[in-house]
Each structure stands twice: as structure tokens, then as C-alpha cells.
Design a protein. Structure first.
Length: 277
């Protein structure tokens, strides 16, 4: 049974705008999943179905094999934590600490457990130093981290991040990559995130869905997706810089093995250099 599955999911906005068109999406256990697509591709519309904010126009959404109903929606929202693109929609308490504590407190957990979860969430996203600050006075990137900490403190099995790098500085992006990987490794959390910044994807995803105009036009691992420049261009995306560079060098006769992550690329460049020296 998959954690999340959509079957033939179609969503039509008022005014007959097709947000999603027969989407089949599967989130396997303990995967790091990237949904890539240009503006308007349907990423946010898809994510709003994962915890019942939107209901399908047709088709279905299954969470742990079950459709989302009025009876199970609270449970679904504990299981699937969604962080939306605009952090202002998710932050409302007078201090960061209270904001992050809001969700777990509402679950009716003991104060001690809430405190433990809050400390852990602040630590994971690297904002312990903002604990006593007023969320509304923080920068966009800081607010985003507060929103993420608030969702992590609920300890969902599936963490959904809509455009998590939007508004983050380079250090913020680096930290994000680090904690997505550690949430997956340490807690076995499944992480689903959207982006149009493809260069980050190989560092944080095992499974990639490409969206274009409300449809999923391809799915696969880095090798399967990033070896298809035509597909990416037609979806108004790009090939990440490392495979793009290596493939250009290969076309010019350089004997170098393809790579997607920085570590792999560094190793393959060194090996190619040593072979030629
Ligand atoms: N509230 C809305 N009303 C009408 N159309 C919408 C609304 N929100 C999004 N859309 C349309 O649905 C499509 C998918 O949008 P969205 O899911 O926000 O894309 P993405 O998150 O990939 O940028 C776009 O064509 C967009 O214009
Ligand atoms: Mg969006």
C-alpha cells in the first residue's frame, strides 16, 4: 500500500481552468520525491489534494489506501504535513516557540512531550536562536523555516513542502537539503517537495515527477529524467548544471562518466583527469 496515491486525478478551478489533468502520482515509503514543473504546471494544486484541502473534480486521492473523508481528515493531517508556499498563511502565534508548539499542543500531547518536539523541530531546521522572536518580524526565509518547524513538530510520516527554496538564501538552501536528507535518513520520513530549480534535485530526490500544464509528463530517477533534455525543455525546465556540463564534454570526446550530484561529479572529474594525465 502506498502512503499517498492519486488515480486519474482531475481538478477544474472555477472558470473552467484545468488545474490537474488525470494525474497518477504515487508516494512510496521512505522516498524523497521531487515534483518539478514551471509556474502554473499544477504542483500546488496537486499538493492541496494530499491533505484534503482540495477535493478532486474527478478521480481519487488515497492516503494509506483510503480515500480522505470527513471522518478521517484529522488523522490524515497528522499523517501528511503540508508546508505551503507562503509562510504567512501558516504563522500566527506571538513567538516562534509558541507557533511551533501550536500543532502538537492541539494534538493534546503532554507539555513535556510538546516541549521536546518543539526543541527537536527548531534544532532540525536550525532556528533555535529565533525561539523568542515575533514571527511576523522575521525575514521571508526565517518565516519559512518557522512554518516548516511547525509541521515537523507534528511528526508527520509524510512531509510535503511546496517550493521550499523560494525566498531562501544560499545557506538556507544548503540547510534545507541537509535537513530533508536527515529527516529521510534518521526518521524514515517521506518527503515530497516541489521546485522549478532543477539543480538542487539530484542532491535531495530519489524519485522525480515532471509536471506540465496540469499533467505528469514523466517520472523516474535522476538518470531517467535528466538524460531527457527535450522533455525538460518542452516543460519549460532545464537540465541541472552538472549533467549538462558533463554531457557537453562527452559530446566533445572527453572520457568522463555521467554524474548528477556534486560528490559523484567531483569523483568522475578526478578520474577523468587522472586517466588523461
Ligand atoms: N484559484 C485559482 N483559480 C483559477 N485558476 C487557478 C487558481 N489557482 C491556480 N490556478 C491555475 O491552475 C493551474 C495550476 O496552478 P498551480 O497549481 O498553482 O501551479 P504551480 O504550483 O505548479 O505553479 C495554473 O494554470 C493556474 O493559473
Ligand atoms: Mg505553486
Amino acid at each position: 500500500m502506498h502512503l499517498i496515491e492519486t488515480r486519474d486525478l482531475t481538478y477544474i478551478y472555477p472558470g473552467n481552468v484545468r488545474g490537474l489533468d488525470r494525474v497518477h502520482f504515487i508516494a512510496p515509503r521512505n522516498a524523497r520525491i521531487a515534483v518539478i514543473g514551471s509556474n502554473g504546471a499544477g504542483k500546488s494544486t496537486l499538493f492541496k489534494h494530499f491533505n484534503g484541502i482540495f477535493q478532486p473534480t474527478s478521480g481519487s486521492v488515497l492516503v494509506r489506501g483510503e480515500p480522505i473523508t470527513r471522518e478521517n481528515i484529522r488523522e490524515v493531517r497528522r499523517f501528511v504535513g503540508v508546508v505551503f508556499q507562503n509562510p504567512d498563511d501558516q504563522i500566527f502565534s506571538p513567538t516562534v516557540e509558541q507557533d511551533v508548539a501550536f500543532g502538537p499542543t492541539n494534538l493534546g500531547l503532554d507539555e513535556e512531550i510538546v516541549q521536546h518536539r518543539v526543541d527537536e523541530a527548531l534544532r532540525v531546521v536550525g532556528i533555535e536562536h529565533l525561539r523568542d522572536r515575533v514571527p511576523h518580524h522575521l525575514s521571508g526565509g526565517e518565516k519559512k523555516r518557522v512554518a516548516i518547524a511547525g509541521v515537523i513538530a507534528m511528526e508527520p510520516q509524510v512531509l510535503v513542502l511546496d517550493e521550499p527554496t523560494a525566498g531562501l538564501d544560499p545557506q538556507g538552501v544548503h540547510d534545507l537539503v541537509g535537513f530533508i536528507n536527515s529527516l529521510s535518513r534518521t526518521y524514515g520520513m517521506t518527503v515530497i517537495f516541489s521546485t522549478h530549480d532543477v539543480s538542487l534535485v539530484p542532491e535531495v530526490a530519489d524519485l522525480i515527477y515532471v509536471m506540465d500544464r496540469g499533467r505528469i509528463v514523466a517520472e523516474g530517477d535522476c538518470q531517467e529524467i535528466f538524460s531527457r533534455p527535450d522533455l525538460l525543455f518542452s516543460a519549460r525546465l532545464d537540465v541541472p548544471v552538472l549533467p549538462k556540463l558533463i554531457s557537453s564534454l562527452r559530446e566533445q570526446g572527453v572520457d568522463i562518466t555521467m554524474a548528477y550530484t556534486f560528490t559523484e561529479a567531483e569523483r568522475n572529474f578526478l578520474a577523468a583527469y587522472r586517466r588523461s594525465a
